[in-house]
Design a protein around this ligand. Structure first.
Ligand SMILES: Cc1cc2nc3c(=O)[nH]c(=O)nc-3n(C[C@H](O)[C@H](O)[C@H](O)COP(=O)(O)OP(=O)(O)OC[C@H]3O[C@@H](n4cnc5c(N)ncnc54)[C@H](O)[C@@H]3O)c2cc1C
Length: 306
């Protein structure tokens, strides 16, 4: 119930104004977002890489409505990739891209062209791109664009969301050689017609999808903080004889950092998803919805400012 309310608020510009102008918001944002500028992104990346982790960087922003905004987002990624390469942070760092930030909502061709330019820059920088997955109305379009991008940039990855009923079948389609799939539970509010609604059903679907990917020939990226699913991932790696260079765990910046370190210590590849930029509102609200206990951060920040 609280999750639905927070996710509904994530698309309200009135609530956004309220949250963005609240004096204590900055402290909460800082926990989940590396900072506003490219410098902040590079600093966070360097610190993680020094600790033995890999990184995927997300320039925050979504649901772009004008070509100018979409092209500006593309240009930020091109700049970021140049700087990552110059700082010798590639291939440890790759980038994650939301097609809706590149124009998908109003011009699919523009989103494809922009994504292609980012893939070319990533390739030149010696790294790659993963396409984030947004709400279910964009899944077909995103997978179509992925297929086109992979013709020239075969290492381009995609995210599949275990809460969608279709995902087990999508995992089969994308479990072939060279395919990079990030498997997550899914962070949007979706109707019952397309998505499992209970945590138990979502978890069961995650395990079925994980089995398909780990048994396949692609490169699975297990994106979860859930201790049970991480343990199952470790188990399947042994079962399917996957060495640490043939799959990875992924987690979000600021969430379960001690578990990230533990997995690195066990010899696993761990990639942290590092968001940066000013457009943090939608991202932050999804993190709050995943764990309404995070609202306590707002409470604590509020009290500490008094
Ligand atoms: C690398 C990465 C990329 C992602 N990309 C996408 C994407 O493209 N599209 C998409 O829909 N979703 C994406 N997600 C989000 C994902 O769908 C889930 O919403 C999110 O990961 C929470 O699910 P969980 O598997 O961690 O399990 P949960 O059951 O939600 O959490 C398990 C445990 O992890 C910890 N935890 C989880 N979330 C939080 C939080 N916000 N704050 C504090 N602790 C927390 C808690 O201890 C919790 O008990 C991504 C997640 C990751 C890790």
């Amino acid at each position: 119930m609280l999750r639905s309310v927070i996710l509904a608020a994530s698309r309200s510009s009135q609530v956004e104004r309220l949250v963005a102008t609240a004096p204590f918001t900055r402290d909460v944002v800082r926990r989940f977002v590396a900072g506003a500028g490219t410098d902040d992104a590079l600093r966070a990346t360097r610190a993680l890489v020094v600790d033995g982790q890999a990184v995927t960087l997300d320039y925050l922003g979504e649901d772009t409505t004008t070509p100018e905004q979409a092209n500006a987002t593309r240009d930020e990624y091109l700049k970021l990739l140049r700087l990552l390469s110059a700082a010798e942070l590639t291939p440890a760092a790759e980038v994650s891209v939301k097609l809706s930030a590149l124009g998908q909502m109003f011009d699919e061709q523009l989103a494809y062209d922009n994504a292609r330019a980012i893939c070319a820059a990533a390739d030149a920088a010696g790294t790659t791109v993963t396409l984030d997955m947004e709400d279910h109305t964009t899944t077909d379009s995103t997978l179509d664009i992925l297929a086109k991008l992979r013709k020239d940039y075969p290492s381009t990855g995609a995210v599949l969301q275990a809460y969608l009923r279709r995902t087990e079948s999508d995992c089969r389609e994308l479990s072939g050689v060279g395919s990079r799939v990030r498997l997550c539970k899914g962070a949007y509010k979706e109707p019952e017609s397309v998505a499992y609604q209970s945590a138990r059903e979502v978890d069961k679907s995650y395990v079925r999808c994980l089995n398909v990917l780990m048994a396949g020939d692609g490169y699975p990226m297990l994106a979860t903080h859930d201790p049970r699913l991480i343990a199952i991932g470790e188990d399947r790696a042994r079962w399917f004889d996957r060495s640490p260079d043939r799959f990875e765990f992924q987690m979000l910046y600021g969430i379960r950092p001690e578990e990230q370190k533990r997995l690195v210590g066990e010899g696993y590849m761990v990639r942290t998803y590092v968001p940066y930029g000013d457009e943090w509102y939608g991202y932050l609200m999804r993190r709050l919805a995943e764990r309404p206990a995070n609202l306590m951060f707002f409470g604590r920040a509020l009290v500490s400012k008094k």
